[in-house]
Design a protein around this ligand. Structure first.
Ligand code: DAH
Length: 348
């Protein structure tokens, strides 16, 4: 008969040596399995005398209980080691800095847009908004550019298929000037039954479109239209208002402004407004920022106004141009490339 104490020692040592539960189950089979050492011992009891069988049986069962206890202990040790390994593999490193939330900011052109609104509101102008898909009447004809007028070719554009209810061709507006007629006609209708009509003082910022693309032109760009019509509003008022606007916008009086005679079908006389900084990095570089002029009598008629009674001025300025000058940006296309490295520089 094998020495039972030795068997128990061997089993304990083998269980300790088992590195994982598969190895442990193999070791268990060697002692407690169908033909394991202790199982064989129990089987051999049958050959003994009843007295001897009883004593030997008790000893074997004791040894078996010791081996089973060692097995259970090792099983638990392996299970908790496995759990520890899993926990540390899945651990979250809370010392890692977070990814953070990017802070958004207004697009530089939008900052200009809001600034322009703020300045003109402060001197009593209303702010109006209108459709980007415009019809032929408002975009051209009402502004004194009838069909086949050569001035139309100055503003080649994108036409939209189909016509509106009045049978007018539809197009992406080439300028914000159609808002002059839309706003003024609505104003006239609104005060039609009143004894007198308050002056028309409005700006209309918005997106405009043209078949143009280079460093200072983009097929989509932004303009702000201005219109002031009353009994007595002269070209001198245009100069005063516009130069004052520029000084406020750029926060400096150190600005040179020139009104160059020009041609627009909807104004007479017409001017192009150029500006340059008198000093600084961009000193002396003239950039055209606006068209302007005294509202043409025919346009006043199209608004429903009597040109003998009313007079006014209008202007249409490029918001990108104003933004380029304000921040010293030399290529207008940068505004539309959506490069975060560029845009982030204008953050709040
Ligand atoms: N609409 C013109 C353009 O886009 C700009 C312009 C010129 C607007 C003269 C005006 C104006 O209101 O009076 O080129």
């Amino acid at each position: 008969m094998v020495l039972l104490d030795q068997v128990v020692e061997d089993a304990k040592r083998d269980f300790e040596a088992a590195a994982d539960s598969a190895a442990l189950e193999d070791a268990k089979a060697r002692y407690l399995g169908k033909s394991g050492v202790l199982t064989e011992q129990l089987k051999s009891l049958g050959a003994l005398e009843p007295e001897a069988r009883k004593a030997a049986g008790a000893q074997i069962n004791q040894a078996k209980a010791a081996v089973e206890a060692a097995l259970t202990a090792r099983r638990q040790a392996l299970a908790s080691a496995a759990l520890q390994a899993k926990l540390s593999a899945e651990a979250i490193d809370i010392t890692l800095p977070g990814r953070g939330q990017g802070v958004g900011s207004l697009h530089p052109v939008m900052r200009t847009w809001e600034r322009v609104e703020q300045i003109f509101r402060s001197i009593g102008f209303d702010v109006a908004d209108g459709p980007e898909i415009e019809n032929d009447w408002f975009n051209f004809t009402a502004l004194n550019s009838p069909q086949n007028h050569p001035a139309r070719s100055m503003q080649d554009t994108f036409y939209v298929e189909g016509h509106d209810e009045q049978g007018q061709a539809l197009l992406l507006r080439t300028h914000t000037s159609p808002m002059q007629v839309r706003y003024a006609s609505a104003h006239v209708a609104r005060y039609a039954k009143e004894a007198s009509m308050p002056p028309i003082k409005v700006i209309a910022p918005g997106r405009t479109y043209r078949v143009d693309s280079d460093a200072t032109h983009s097929p989509m760009f932004n303009q702000v239209e201005g219109l002031w019509i009353a009994d007595q509003v002269s070209f001198a008022d245009l100069k005063g208002v516009y130069v004052d606007f520029l000084r406020t916008f750029f926060e400096t009086d150190d600005i040179q402004v020139r009104f160059r005679p020009s041609y627009f079908p909807f104004t007479e006389p017409s001017a192009e407004i150029d500006m340059a900084f008198a000093s600084g990095k961009l000193a002396g570089r003239w950039l055209e920022i606006s068209g302007a002029g005294q509202v043409h009598p025919q346009v006043l008629k199209n608004m429903g106004l009597d040109p003998e009674r009313y007079i006014g001025f209008a202007f249409g300025s490029g918001l990108e141009r104003l933004t380029m000058l304000r921040y010293g940006v030399d290529d207008l296309r940068l505004f539309f490339e959506n490069d975060i490295r560029f845009l982030a520089q204008f953050g709040a």
